[in-house]
Design a protein around this ligand. Structure first.
Ligand code: NAP
Length: 280
């Protein structure tokens, strides 16, 4: 049987159509779903990511407000900006683009975001709520991955899931989401020993390492579900996907797998926040 392509580009396209309709419905009631993006400094990759997010807002008819701050912004100045967006009733979601310049306390700034506007799922409170199975906006990349898995009716209950990477925005929330779906989860990181042996036992593998083709295809068990969150300029991810369709039962392509789902989830969660604000 051929492997299932977990096509994030296609699912996000379908999802955009439905988001667009809901944005129109809200707009007819004079509610304009609005995402505020905050970009600090001039990192070209971050500029591109913010631009892509704002372009997606425009495509679905959503408003976006671009806050651009200089490279030498202080923590206090950024906190002030976030507080002002928290207090703006016309803003439904706040995205603080990661990473911020090193003089800024990024964690403090993430946690200043109002939980009701944390549509990127970056606050400690949101992570805690999600981990406890309470209502919360998930961190967009792992939440997008879960949407892709669910869309394809892949049952993760009882599976051995291995997440390689433990960052706050990706590896850790990914592991908690899989755990909440009753997978048996192993989290690996830079101090893990015998990574290849751990991966050989995995029914589902999430690569979130940040190193091109770090996970080798011959470590992957036949029939495993392979999720590659990585994206590198050489247009590959964190997993060696050569011949993956002959090994995996399902896999995300790079590009066109996880990336589009991340942005789509951000937009979807902004819409949900606007809908909640409208119903209050
Ligand atoms: P990160 O913060 O740099 O975290 C990388 C993780 O990989 C860390 O937990 C690190 O372990 C682990 N790691 C590093 N070297 C390792 C090794 N030799 N063996 C095992 N684990 C190792 O990166 P991130 O933000 O989570 O991103 C991970 C990847 O996902 C990147 O390729 C990034 O571009 C991609 N990404 C994609 C999207 C998207 O929308 N598609 C969004 C976010 C990120 P330690 O904790 O021990 O250092």
């Amino acid at each position: 049987m051929s492997a299932i392509l977990l096509d994030g580009k296609e699912l996000s396209r379908i999802s955009e159509e439905s988001i667009k309709k809901k944005v129109q419905e809200l707009s007819s009631k004079n509610i304009k779903p609005t995402l505020a993006t905050i970009l600090v400094g001039n990192d070209p990759a971050s500029e591109t990511y913010v631009k892509m997010k704002r372009n997606t807002c425009a495509r679905v008819g959503m408003e976006s407000i671009a806050v651009e701050l200089s490279e030498d912004t202080t923590t206090e100045e950024l906190l002030e900006e976030i507080r002002s967006l928290n207090n703006d009733v016309n803003v439904h979601g706040i995205l603080l683009q990661h990473p911020v310049p090193s003089q800024i306390d990024e964690r403090l700034c993430f946690d200043e975001i109002d939980i009701n506007k944390d549509v990127d799922g970056v606050t400690c409170l949101g992570f805690g709520n999600m981990s406890m199975g309470l209502d919360a906006y998930g961190s967009c990349t792992p939440a997008g991955i879960m949407r892709l898995i669910n869309h394809h009716n892949i049952q993760v209950e009882g599976l051995n899931a291995v997440v390689v990477g433990r960052s706050a925005i990706l590896g850790k929330p990914m592991a908690m989401m899989l755990l909440n779906m009753n997978a048996t989860v192993t989290i690996c990181h830079s101090r893990t020993t015998n990574l290849d042996l751990i991966i050989k036992n995995a029914d589902i593998i999430v690569g979130a390492v940040g190193i091109p083709k770090f996970i080798k295809s011959d470590w992957i068990k036949k029939g495993a579900v392979v999720i590659d969150a990585g994206y590198h300029p050489e247009k590959c991810g964190d997993i060696d996907l050569d011949n993956i369709e002959k090994i995996a039962s399902a896999f995300t392509p790079v590009p066109g797998g996880v990336g589009p789902m991340t942005i789509n989830t951000l937009i979807l969660q902004t819409l949900q926040s606007a809908e909640r604000a409208a119903s209050n």
